[in-house]
Design a protein around this ligand. Structure first.
Ligand SMILES: NC(=O)c1ccc[n+]([C@@H]2O[C@H](COP(=O)([O-])OP(=O)(O)OC[C@H]3O[C@@H](n4cnc5c(N)ncnc54)[C@H](O)[C@@H]3O)[C@@H](O)[C@H]2O)c1
Length: 357
């Protein structure tokens, strides 16, 4: 039987694109081909096409027209504020989509993507890759096995460094296209905390610009309450100098605690559990992964799943637009609390008056 080759189109050939290049180059199976790359900057598309020996194009709408029925998957790696529009356009034109985080700037837009992908029977997935880290999978297993007992505290801390030059491009730190440290850097950690220990019921945030000049915040101090009764905090910044200091998720339960760290939530740095088997201890000790940078190792798992699902004609993805909605809704609640200077309940469709506008 002839092996099915998955034809891929990529839009956005900037920084994270180079990470995808490594992922594709290291992929053992040759069951895929990057068929076309698209960037509105000619030089970037030309360079990307040389890398993949692919076709190139400088306009996304034209790519969808020209490559109609020729691509099995479109990967969206453009600035965050373009993801919704480009995802909808790709789905309308009958393409499966894998989109970098965040899938949408407005939570309600994620539900529109979900509806359209279901109606069209197409796959839509989000690259919250840290959910596939060994450490995160172990954390989820331990929680499901009730190893923590009652959860008391869940803290997200991300103390990173981004220089002013990072914000001086055309989109980072802008309300319409990005948001600040909360929606750009800390979103992975917030997503994991919400996904495992959520839902979050109420939040109270104070956002500031400590050093960097950007429309949105470079620092966020939030306190949060979970529906379960757990409490927690989100303390995140890009104002550390000279370099990244820490990125962690601390979980304290009545029967144990764990600290996940590393630049990409790739390590279990500390733990204690009152009741733990040898097998579970071994699982924890084997959960650390070496990573090259903050992207971590798990984009490869995301790509594997996307390709496998498309081959098997399975039109779902483990991180759906509905999942993206829940995380975006929590993020909007954090921003709204800062805007109102008071506690905000995380109900359906909470809207910040700034993020995504
Ligand atoms: N999952 C992760 O760990 C991770 C890490 C970094 C970035 N990201 C996400 O990836 C996305 C891209 O980030 P980046 O750092 O690569 O940004 P970047 O600015 O380096 O690259 C974006 C590219 O998109 C191109 N582009 C902009 N508008 C376009 C359009 N209309 N049509 C075609 N191309 C267009 C730009 O020319 C640029 O080359 C962001 O949404 C970001 O949040 C995710």
């Amino acid at each position: 039987m002839k092996k099915k080759i998955i034809n891929i189109g990529i839009v956005g050939c900037g920084r994270v694109f180079d990470h995808y290049v490594k992922i594709f180059n290291r992929r053992k199976s040759n069951d895929f081909k990057v068929h076309v790359v698209c960037d509105k900057e000619k030089k970037r598309a030309d360079r990307a096409a040389r890398i993949f020996k692919s076709q190139k194009i400088y306009n996304f709408s034209l790519m969808l027209k020209k490559f109609q029925n020729k691509l099995d998957l479109i990967i969206i790696l453009t600035p965050s504020g373009l993801h919704f529009e480009q995802s909808m356009l790709a789905l309308k034109n009958n393409f499966n989509v894998l989109c970098e985080k965040p899938a949408t700037m407005l939570a309600s837009d994620a539900l529109k993507i979900e509806q359209l992908s279901k109606r069209k029977n197409l796959m839509f997935g989000i690259a919250f890759q840290n959910r596939f880290n060994k450490s995160v999978i172990t954390l989820k297993k331990l929680y499901k096995k009730n190893k923590f007992g009652k959860i008391l505290l869940v803290n997200v801390r991300l103390l990173w460094s981004r220089n002013q030059s990072y914000y001086n491009d055309k989109w980072h730190g802008r309300w319409r296209l990005d948001g600040g440290v909360t929606n750009q850097q800390a979103i992975h950690h917030i997503d994991v905390a919400r996904w495992i220990f959520g839902p979050v019921s109420e939040v109270n945030s104070m956002m500031t610009n400590q050093i960097n000049k950007l429309q949105a915040e470079d620092t966020n101090n939030s306190i949060i309450k979970f529906k379960s009764g757990a409490t927690g905090s989100i303390q995140v910044t890009t104002a550390v100098r000279p370099s990244d200091l820490i990125a962690s998720l601390e979980v304290i339960g009545e029967k144990g605690f764990i600290v996940l760290g590393g630049v990409a939530l790739n390590k279990i740095e500390n733990f204690y559990f009152k009741d733990i088997s040898k097998i579970e201890k071994k699982m924890i000790e084997e959960s650390n992964e070496k990573v090259e940078n903050g992207y971590g190792n798990s984009h490869s798992k995301i790509i594997d799943i996307a390709i496998k699902n498309i081959k098997n004609n399975k039109k779902s993805f483990p991180i759906s637009a509905t999942d993206g909605y829940a995380t975006a809704n929590l993020i909007h609640s954090l921003y709204k609390s800062d805007e109102r200077k008071k506690w905000v309940k995380v109900t359906n469709n909470v809207k910040s008056s700034r993020l995504g506008r």
